[in-house]
Design a binder for this molecule. Structure first.
Ligand code: AGV
Ligand code: CA
Length: 311
């Protein structure tokens, strides 16, 4: 029996890499993909999503385009990466057959979840805006989510937001829409969190990116190597390189033992100079929080998953 997964991403380079990984996981049934217009231009992000699903032989998975936005936009220089990814030759060998839903992402997500026969896993590697809307408008959605796996937050490390008037303590996925994160954290949905504390341990190194060259000619491996190459040249305020934020989070669905976890009680701040911060708090809710990563094991997992010959 395979586990049903719904997936919401926001179109950045490691979101697209994560989608490629997901399509290769045995034991997982990817049921639908929603795209949040956060760290991307939504048109190219939806287009690249359709093309990746098609290249991976998963064109039957439906895609829904997001329209809801948060109050704190991402820098445009990051958002254009989706346009670059959508133009990669490996994704343009033919027109994709993948269908786009007629409903906007938030409504489509609610319909999918309400119709799910059993509680599902929801993987979210961008802001939580679509899910927060579902919880407000369709309370029955809450019981349909067995586990929310979310890349976001910074617990005991500095954040990665470098914006005027902000103190730098927040991570971007929470900061883009702090109210949405607050709403989701106030629910009873079990949350498995991959904050910067864990993802800081998996920067994209030249060795990791170049390792995909050995199998040149395998479509998903070529895609991965190209996406990783495009991340070079960005430097985070924290001094870290572009990290495998989302792909580490995604790998949890296939290899949960790559990380060690700790239960952390925390809450989301929604106002002031720390807005979007996930802060430890005795009155907060418990999340299962990734702490220590088997770094080499994770890089190997990505390489093996994306360069294996499809069955
Ligand atoms: O904060 C990490 C989140 C992840 O979901 N995103 C990128 C990943 O998709 C925002 C982000 C932080 N720093 C960035 C980001 C950078 N230097 N370039 C693009 N996006
Ligand atoms: Ca993302």
């Amino acid at each position: 029996m395979s586990r049903a997964i719904y997936f919401d991403h926001d179109g950045a380079l490691d979101d697209l890499l994560s989608l490629a990984l997901l399509t290769r996981y045995r034991g997982i049934a990817l049921k639908g993909v929603t795209v949040t217009p956060a760290d991307c231009l939504i048109g190219p992000a939806v287009s690249a999503t359709r093309k990746i699903l098609d290249v991976a032989g998963a064109h039957e998975v439906p895609v829904a385009e997001g329209v809801l936005t948060g109050p704190n936009p991402f820098p445009l220089e990051w958002r254009v990466d989706a346009l670059r990814a959508d133009a990669l030759p490996v994704l343009n060998q033919r027109d994709p057959r993948t269908l786009v839903s007629e409903l906007p992402a938030h409504e489509q997500l609610a319909q999918w979840l309400l119709a799910a026969p059993e509680p599902v896993t929801l993987l979210m590697i961008g802001p939580l805006t679509n899910l927060a809307w579902c919880l407000d408008e369709h309370p029955a959605v809450e019981a349909k989510i067995a586990e929310l796996v979310f890349m976001g937050g910074a617990i005991d490390v500095v954040g990665n937001v470098d914006e005027p008037g902000h103190d730098g303590s927040a991570e971007w996925n929470v900061y883009w829409d702090p109210g949405a994160a607050h709403r989701v954290f106030a629910s009873r949905i079990p949350i498995t969190l991959f904050p910067l504390d864990a993802t800081d341990q998996v920067p994209i190194t030249p060795e990791f990116a170049q390792s995909f060259g050995r199998t040149y000619g395998a479509p998903l491996g070529d895609l991965a190597g190209s996406l990783l190459a495009m991340t070079f040249g960005c430097f985070e305020t924290s001094g870290f390189a572009y990290c495998c934020w989302d792909s580490l989070t995604t790998s949890y669905l296939a290899e949960p033992e790559l990380c060690e976890f700790e239960d952390v009680r925390c809450e989301v701040l929604t106002t002031g100079p720390s807005q979007g911060r996930t802060v430890r708090s005795d009155t907060g809710r418990v999340v299962k929080c990734a702490r220590k990563v088997d770094v080499e094991g994770f890089y190997r997992h990505c390489l093996e998953t994306l360069t294996a010959t499809p069955e």
